[in-house]
Design a protein around this ligand. Sequence first.
Ligand code: 8YV
Length: 323
Amino acid sequence: MPSKPILVVTRHFTDAVETRIARDFEARRNPNDRALTPDELIAAAEGADALFISPAEKLDATFFARVPKSVKAIATFSVGYDHIDLAAAKASGIPVSNTPGVLNDATADVAMLLLLGASRRAYESQQLVRSGEWPKRKPADLLGWQLTGSILGIYGMGRIGQALAHRARAFGMTIHYNNRKPLPESEAQGAIFHDTPESLLRASNFLSIHAPSSAETKHFLNRKTIDLLPQGAIVINTARGALVNDEDLIAALRSGRIAAAGLDVFEGEPNVNPGYLDLPNAYLLPHIGSATIETRTAMGMLALDNIQAVLNGQPPPTPIPLP
Ligand code: 8YV
């Protein structure tokens, strides 16, 4: 029997994905299930056929300069690929793939959870119950802001943005969006296009961020752009923390310029800017957008499909678009 290809697997996955890894590969595991440093990943990759990584592993130009020649495929277990230096990946000639499409619903669900949690003050409400302070609550306490009849601005109306729009419409919200180009009506579904982010911000009582992280989108939300939002707007981020200038958002949450924020992603995560931690109007989650058994299984299976296609001499089904 021919020997199985050697696969470096940096994290642990769902049972179905683990079963397929054990069946099809000689797996090199990371027993600690924590992010590998570039040096650790290079050491593990020596003589390996493929790498199955997570967004916590940073593949920079130095990594690609040193990656062993045996490595024929790299798959990241994420739709986002801001942890990969694309020019260096291209120069290396190694096909690199991601997992788009399969996590739209799970991530849009969490964006909806954040919209509801932030706007209905779920964190403060839960604290009131758990602290035993509920009997002191007055009728005018803990009033939130209604989704029905409000405008939801979506910055980056790709697959996840569209899945959120679908959900928010059912809550009676009107959808506005900004993209490079207007979507065909079959995808826009009545959503109103803005040709600049500034115009979208001016219209949005609620803003949800869905653009990829890049040099162009870094700190998209900052003091200047916050000033364009209507007074008391609510901001949601399930994309990447780097799109938000934390100090500026924290200041706006403190002053009430922004009424509330719902955040699943943070710049520098898993470390969180401590300024958020004592803000009652910040509804905070630990990057759980894709974290359902079904979605994490689909992501793992798609990553393995990509790796096996390349090892069989085929193009990966979902390559990362290289510059
Ligand atoms: C993570 C994500 O991949 O797909 C992305 O871009 O950020 C998430 O789905 C997941 O949390 C595993 O780290």
